[in-house]
Write a protein that binds this ligand. Structure first.
Ligand code: COI
Length: 356
């Protein structure tokens, strides 16, 4: 792996900050961006010209391969400000490893580790005022890579752009999330790109999710592509089921994203001696558990929402309601994770990464 570089980042500061124009109490997730962004191009076999510049539009050829073949991957991570004003990232090493894993799957060259961390920390330091204090407030960080070579031949690009954008976010209230268990559409297949955070994985979900919305549900629980017998992910998140006091989730595979929140929930559960099973979870066993009352909770786990409880699911036109659990596992893991993220508790796993 090309893990180090000697390149210096060219820093072009914005002449004025846009922060005064932002209503931090009324943010729509992912639609406001901080003053600066990071950009680095891959050309002639190497990453070059790393630059931090004012956030703004790009000029890219309409024939760039990303527009035609979707050769693009991304990451999602967050910066948090604690009560003393210190800024922290949560397990950024995991996002770094995963973006390169996703890139490899999409035939994109890996990005150097030291440049990733240098860019990330410099950018967060420059735009530190965009990380607001208060539980639930964060700066959502979006590293991504896209194929920029001009040309529509169906082959891997020889040129890429690696970028990092940052977007202030408030607590992500998903409200009452009702989900439909997929019986026809699939998110991923064996040998496919499900384990990669490939842009097209998300775009492909929009149509079936719209169909679910038309029926009054917010998300889809994805099932295996071959027989739709196993429960795999929920919307853009990993998914957990609590049957009695046992936590069940699908094992990571080339169909399942190795989620940072997912693995953190599992680590917290194991530390607390809760029963956790990472194994294929049958739709039929969850339907049966809903019928006999042993299904206590379903929740999604991801960076944006942290933990998102599901209030009902639909399968074969039958709706199964779940009782609201004020002190359930979802609430417990969300609190434990956020306490670590916001430096409100000990960090026994060493997950916090101090930026400044
Ligand atoms: C996450 O929460 O992990 C996501 O990937 C959400 C993003 C697609 C907005």
């Amino acid at each position: 792996m090309n893990s180090s570089t000697t390149q210096k980042i060219d820093i072009q500061k914005a002449s004025t900050s846009r922060i005064g124009e932002v209503d931090f109490n009324n943010l729509t997730f992912g639609s406001t961006f901080s003053d600066h962004m990071f950009e680095c191009d891959y050309k002639d076999g190497e990453w070059q010209n790393p630059t931090i510049k004012p956030y703004g539009p790009l000029t890219i050829s309409p024939a760039a391969k990303v527009f035609h073949y979707g050769q693009a991957v991304f990451e999602g991570m967050k910066a948090f400000k604690d009560e003393a004003g210190k800024v922290w990232l949560f397990r950024p090493e995991e996002n770094f490893k995963r973006i390169n894993k996703s890139s490899t799957r999409m035939a994109i060259p890996e990005f150097p580790k030291d440049l990733f961390f240098e860019a990330l920390t410099t950018l967060v330091k420059m735009d530190k005022d965009w990380v607001r204090q208060g539980l639930g407030n964060s700066l959502y960080i979006r590293p991504f890579v896209m194929a920029t070579q001009e040309g529509v031949s169906a082959s891997p690009s020889t040129e890429y752009k690696f970028m990092i954008l940052m977007s202030p976010a408030q607590a992500y209230y998903t409200g009452d999330v009702k989900v439909v268990i997929a019986e026809h559409y699939s998110r991923s297949a064996n040998g496919g790109v499900g384990a990669a955070k490939a842009a097209g994985n998300y775009g492909a979900q929009f149509f079936p999710t719209n169909l679910a919305r038309e029926k009054g549900f917010q998300q889809v629980i994805w099932t295996d592509a071959s027989k739709h017998e196993y429960l795999e992910e929920a919307g853009t998140m990993n998914v957990f089921f609590r049957v009695n006091d046992t936590l069940l989730t699908a094992p990571v595979s080339d169909r399942i994203l190795d989620g940072v929140t997912r693995k953190s929930v599992i680590a917290l559960a194991k530390r607390d001696n809760l029963a956790v099973e990472e194994r294929p979870v049958l739709v039929s066993e969850i339907v049966e558990a809903a019928k006999n009352g042993s299904l206590k909770e379903i929740f999604g786990a991801g960076t944006a929402a942290v933990i998102s409880p599901v209030s009902a699911f639909s399968y074969k036109e039958t709706v199964y309601d779940l009782e609201k659990q004020e002190d359930g596992y979802a609430a417990r893991f969300k609190k434990e994770l956020m306490d670590i993220q916001y430096n409100r508790s000990e960090d026994p796993f060493g997950w916090r990464y101090e930026v400044l």
